[in-house]
Design a protein around this ligand. Structure first.
Ligand code: SF4
Length: 330
């Protein structure tokens, strides 16, 4: 028998996998603007352009910009005085950093997200009115360091959980206000805020809330989708606050697998062997190409059926800082 073997008869078919893409996911308006700031500065001034801290929390984005001539620095003394731009990241900086930059004669371009700047202004306005400020946020996050650094030491107290609200040492009747980090868990923050308003009924409340639209929308999308699937993959960096929160929302919604991965290389595909449905979302600093590569990885191993669940449409846009708009127009 010469018998050609028909391989399609002997190979196991790929298992079927339903994939739900959350929408909105990935880049927010603040991240798009911050990356645009760096790329426009590169076009206008040429390399090198210096960026203090990761422009956004994503290695792919940072590496792509490094390849174009961007130098990432942690301290201002790593940048030479002169015309080469030094860009502040989307997370914002303390007043002390901005003042040091001016002292050093650096050509600063500020890529702080306007929604972070809004929180800075709220905190400053409360301080001017003689209120002590409670900041709800995570210690050590660059945004929190920048927000606390808008005001003199002691003017802001950081809390991250209800127990810390109960322990707050505030004189009875002292005027109080709270602001929050922009990328917190909507659910956890509701509990902390409830504890604050219960303990301090007179506390001043941010009129529109400080958790940004992108954080809120991405959490709502994954909350709705997670209830329909067995597993969730969140694309984002481990140090990205809003990405971490997305993973937590999926876990709380009952997903037995809720992963936060920076890219396709970090995925152990074997854990999806018995999974028939999963959702993919991405943090506000994760580019869509990373989602596409993960989809390709699933397509190699599964017969995938991809659908998108859109929970809200986003049309937010932040223009570039004025100095770049004007220079680009010339
Ligand atoms: S996550 Fe929100 S606050 Fe942070 S850069 Fe994006 S829009 Fe701005």
């Amino acid at each position: 028998m010469t018998g050609d073997v028909n391989t399609s008869e002997i190979m196991d078919p790929k298992p079927k996998l339903r994939i739900v893409l959350c929408a909105p996911r990935g880049f927010c308006a603040g991240v798009v603007r911050a990356i645009d700031v760096v790329e426009t500065a590169l076009k206008l001034h040429g390399a090198p352009v210096y960026v203090r801290h990761e422009i956004v929390h994503n290695k792919y984005v940072v590496d792509s910009l490094k390849a174009k001539g961007v130098e990432f620095i942690e301290e201002l003394n790593e940048a030479p005085p002169g015309p080469a731009p030094v860009i502040f990241s989307a997370h914002g900086v303390s007043k002390a950093v901005a003042e040091e930059a001016a002292r050093r004669g650096l050509n600063i371009i500020d890529a702080t997200c306007p929604l972070v700047t809004k929180v800075h202004r709220e905190a400053q306005a409360h301080f001017k009115r003689g209120r002590h400020i409670v900041l709800v946020g995570h210690a050590g996050h660059p945004e929190v360091v920048g927000t606390m650094g808008q005001l003199p030491k002691g003017a802001v107290t950081l809390v991250s959980e209800v127990a810390e609200v109960e322990r707050l040492d505030v004189a009875p009747g002292a005027p109080l206000a709270y602001v929050t980090q922009t990328t917190l868990s909507v659910d956890d923050t509701r509990e902390v805020v409830a504890a604050l308003t219960r303990r301090f009924p007179e506390i001043h409340v941010p009129p529109l809330g400080d958790i940004c639209y992108a954080t809120t929308n991405r959490q709502e999308a994954i909350r709705q989708v997670a209830a329909q699937v067995e597993a969730v993959v969140v694309v984002g960096a481990a140090n990205s606050s809003n990405s971490q929160r997305l993973r937590e929302v999926a876990e709380r919604a009952g997903c037995r697998i809720a992963l936060l991965v920076p890219d396709e290389h970090a995925i152990d595909w074997n854990i999806f062997q018995d999974v028939s449905s999963l959702a993919i979302t991405a943090g506000a600093s994760a580019p869509e190409i990373l989602v596409e590569r993960i989809l390709d990885g699933f397509a190699e191993r599964f017969e995938i059926a991809v659908e998108t669940l859109t929970t809200t449409d986003e049309a937010m846009f932040f223009p570039l800082p004025r100095e770049l708009r004007e220079a680009a127009a010339e």
